[in-house]
Structure formats: structure tokens, C-alpha cells
Design a protein around this ligand. Structure first.
Ligand code: C5P
Length: 249
């Protein structure tokens, strides 16, 4: 028996911090939208996965012709990222089994590599909790005093940047998000909802160039990262024959 692999891509944000004329998933990098770049990476790693794409119900820019997956659906986004993910999980209730793996990946991270996706998938195959791509913090970390001055320096040892994808079994992730909603907890990533259940997601070391496009300067940087990866990562933009799509039990 095998558990299915689901991909949830929240893409319903407005990206206001970008200050652009359109949501960041529709900004272009070398003639392709951020959305298309991100889906291409996910498809290269997991061609057999089932995709839930969370989009603003009023989104008129979306072109379904650009979705490479055979099995996918559009899900209405919510007010916050966590609401968009919750809608996706609700949309597949009845189809997804509790032990199916769900990888949630922000549309704004088009630089995730196939190699990192494969490593995350392999690390989670037998993990009882689930986990996320992440990277150890390299800079010294400061906490501010709310008035633009340093209040304290935080020890960076043991601190990680949390990236996506973040992957958990369907049943666990639904329970975690429902519990955090009941507790009115602010959930900016999926792992923190799972942590609130008292569980410890696995940190899977990933490349530091898995940037999330957030600020205007990020777009050019991401363009350069993608161009550099195309030189060094043969699997990045090419169809990748990987047997991912079903987890063997
Ligand atoms: O705004 P931020 O970059 O933190 O958003 C992270 C991801 O969540 C993005 O991919 C964005 O499109 C998505 N999102 C969403 N629904 C919202 C807000 C954000 O799907 N209401």
C-alpha cells in the first residue's frame, strides 16, 4: 500500500510589501511568472503529486494552462496564509487519507531546488512528526526595543531560518491547524501549529538560496539565483524523472 503525496501551494497573498502593481506570484523572472517558476520546480521533483493551488477568488490573472500537474485543483484563499492552507486541506477531505503526506510550499519561493525537495521527501518518509527545509542562522541576531535600538543580542547557536516546503501527514496537519485556530494562535508557518501540539518537526538542512520573494530587491536576486542554478543544477529546470508521487509504506 502507498500513501499519496499532496502539494499545497498558498498563492493567495497580495504581496503588499513588494509595492508592485500585481501580487508577487505574477511578477516575471526571465519571461516567466513566479507562479510558473515555482510550479515547474515542484513538478520536476514530484510529477505524480496532486496539487492544491490556493488563489484569491477574485484573481483574474491566473492562467490554468500554466499548471503542469495532471491532477490539480484551485482552492479559494483565505484572509491569512494559514486560512488558505486550511481551505486546501478541507477541499481534499474525503480524498486524502490521514497518513498521506502534504507538502506546503509558498508560491513566493521559486528557487527551491529539486535536490532539496528530494532530500526533504526522503527525510520525511519515515518521520512520525514531519518537518521542514531550514537553514542555520549565520548572522548575529538582535532583538529591538520597539524604538529602533537594540534591546538584546540573541544567541544564534541553535537558531534556524524556517523555509518551505513543510511536510506533515494530512491528519496531523489538519488537527494542528484546527487546534491553533481554536486557540486563536498566530500561525505564520505550518510547523508552528504542529509544535503547539507538543511535537517537534524535523529540521532538514536546505540551501540558503531558497529565498522568499518579499521585498522589491528580492526579485532581481531571485532572478540571479535561478540563472546561477540553471548553470550548476541540471535538474532545476529540466523534467526530472523521479519516482516521487507515492510514498511506499
Ligand atoms: O506574505 P507572505 O510572503 O508571508 O506569504 C507567504 C505565502 O502565503 C505566499 O505564497 C502567499 O501567496 C501566501 N498567502 C496566501 N493567502 C494569504 C496570504 C498569503 O495564500 N491570505
Amino acid at each position: 500500500m502507498s500513501a499519496a503525496l499532496w502539494l499545497v501551494v498558498p498563492a493567495a497573498g497580495q504581496g503588499r510589501r513588494m509595492g508592485a502593481d500585481r501580487p508577487k506570484q505574477y511578477l516575471e523572472i526571465a519571461g516567466r511568472s513566479v507562479l510558473a517558476c515555482t510550479l515547474a520546480r515542484l513538478f520536476a521533483a514530484f510529477p505524480g503529486a496532486r496539487l492544491c493551488l490556493c488563489l484569491d477568488p477574485d484573481d483574474t490573472r491566473f492562467d490554468p494552462a500554466g499548471v503542469p500537474f495532471a491532477e490539480w485543483r484551485r482552492v479559494p484563499g483565505g484572509n491569512e496564509r494559514v486560512d488558505s492552507v486550511t481551505h486546501a486541506l478541507e477541499a481534499i477531505a474525503g480524498e486524502a487519507a490521514d497518513d498521506d503526506l502534504v507538502l506546503v510550499h509558498d508560491v513566493a519561493r521559486p528557487c527551491v531546488t529539486v535536490a532539496d525537495l528530494a532530500r526533504l521527501y526522503a527525510a520525511l518518509a519515515d518521520d512520525p512528526v514531519g518537518g521542514l527545509l531550514a537553514a542555520p542562522v549565520a548572522d548575529t541576531m538582535k532583538r529591538d526595543d520597539g524604538a529602533g535600538r537594540v534591546a538584546t543580542s540573541e544567541l544564534r547557536a541553535g537558531l534556524w531560518h524556517a523555509f518551505t516546503p513543510q511536510g506533515f501527514r494530512y491528519g496531523l496537519l489538519r488537527r494542528a491547524l484546527a487546534t491553533s485556530a481554536t486557540a486563536d494562535m498566530a500561525v505564520t508557518d505550518d510547523a508552528s501549529a504542529v509544535e503547539a501540539l507538543g511535537l517537534s518537526p524535523r529540521l532538514v538542512s536546505g540551501r540558503r538560496d531558497n529565498l522568499k520573494i518579499t521585498h522589491p530587491e528580492d526579485l532581481a536576486l531571485v532572478g540571479q539565483i535561478l540563472a546561477a542554478q540553471a548553470q550548476t543544477e541540471p535538474a532545476s529546470g529540466e523534467p526530472y524523472e523521479a519516482p516521487f508521487g507515492a510514498l511506499e509504506k
